[in-house]
Design a protein around this ligand. Structure first.
Ligand SMILES: Nc1ncnc2c1ncn2[C@@H]1O[C@H](COP(=O)(O)OP(=O)(O)O)[C@@H](O)[C@H]1O
Ligand SMILES: CC(=O)N[C@@H](CCC(=O)OP(=O)(O)O)C(=O)O
Length: 263
């Protein structure tokens, strides 16, 4: 029986549309002895709730400008709504799972980011309580983690979900991080033809950010990928959640979406 462990990041762009088959695939992987850990986002749902409350969504370098009022909504949507929705869907499809926020058990320890004067209550990760994650896995449950962090004084912080997933993958020492999103991988347009790159190196990424071919929400994904590949993580794949059996294909043959390699 394989005990392959992987971290999967699931983006808000795709969460609501994920079919039952996606969660069924996770259940089968869990039954086969694979140990998935999920870190999720929920950016679009946060924007929607903030909008209903008349609070404007503002971003700086891809990070949400987060004041105390915004943070209340971020935590409510991520740790309340999204986290519990994912756990419910996993359970409906037969997978055993437990949802946590990064504040529970000091799971994600942070300090304020360097540009806190601009982005406010956004956390830079300084530690992950891997014992807690290991404990949940050893009980036979799949951990589902919302990207909220906590500092030594008990203050909570907002964290980009790609960044949180990369840090969880690094600290847990998994081989693979799978970033599930709403596009089939990193795409490039050549002579008017759009295609998915099966592999990109760090140098390709820097060049594509520079040229504007990688932009917006793809930037934190590739940055998180590069940062965890500097540690023990061997493989980062960016894949489309709508593809049939995407996770088992990613785990078993890895020949799907875009693979990021050091190069
Ligand atoms: N080179 C690229 N290839 C594919 N998508 C890209 C690229 N550059 C930017 N993107 C954008 O990144 C988006 C995915 O990021 P985001 O919307 O933040 O997703 P998530 O909610 O899954 O984190 C894609 O929908 C696309 O608009
Ligand atoms: C600091 C920061 O920007 N936090 C993100 C957390 C959610 C997230 O990252 O969700 P996606 O993966 O769906 O984009 C935010 O507030 O939107």
């Amino acid at each position: 029986m394989s005990t392959h462990r992987f971290v999967m990041k699931c983006g808000g762009s795709t969460l609501a549309a994920l079919p039952d088959a996606f969660f069924e695939d996770l259940r089968q992987l869990q039954e086969q002895g694979t140990q998935p850990v999920i870190v999720h986002g929920g950016g679009p749902a946060i924007n929607e709730t903030l909008g209903k409350l008349g609070i404007e969504s503002r971003f700086h370098n891809g990070l949400r400008v987060t004041d105390e009022a915004t943070l209340v909504v971020v935590e409510m949507v991520l740790a309340g709504g999204m986290n519990k929705q994912i756990v419910r869907r996993l359970q409906q499809n037969g997978a055993r799972s437990i949802g946590l926020s990064g504040t529970d058990g000091g799971l994600i320890r942070v300090k304020p980011v360097a540009d806190a004067d601009v982005v406010g209550l956004v956390g830079e990760i300084i530690g992950i309580n891997t014992e807690l994650i290991e404990g949940i896995i050893n009980l036979g449950y799949l951990p589902v983690i919302a990207p909220i962090g906590i500092d030594g004084a008990g203050q909570r912080y907002n964290i980009n979900a790609d960044t949180a997933a990369g840090a969880v993958a690094s600290h847990l020492g998994v081989d693979t991080m799978i970033v599930v999103t709403d596009v089939p991988g990193i795409m490039r347009t050549v002579n008017g033809e759009k295609s998915v790159l099966s592999q990109v190196t760090f140098a390709d990424i820097e060049q594509m950010i520079e040229s504007g071919e990688i932009y917006g929400g793809m930037i934190p994904k590739v940055r998180a990928a590069m940062s965890c590949l500097h540690g023990n993580v061997k493989d980062v794949l960016i894949v489309d959640g709508a593809m049939p059996r995407v996770l088992s294909r990613a785990v078993k043959d890895g020949n799907i979406g875009t693979r990021i390699v050091r190069g």
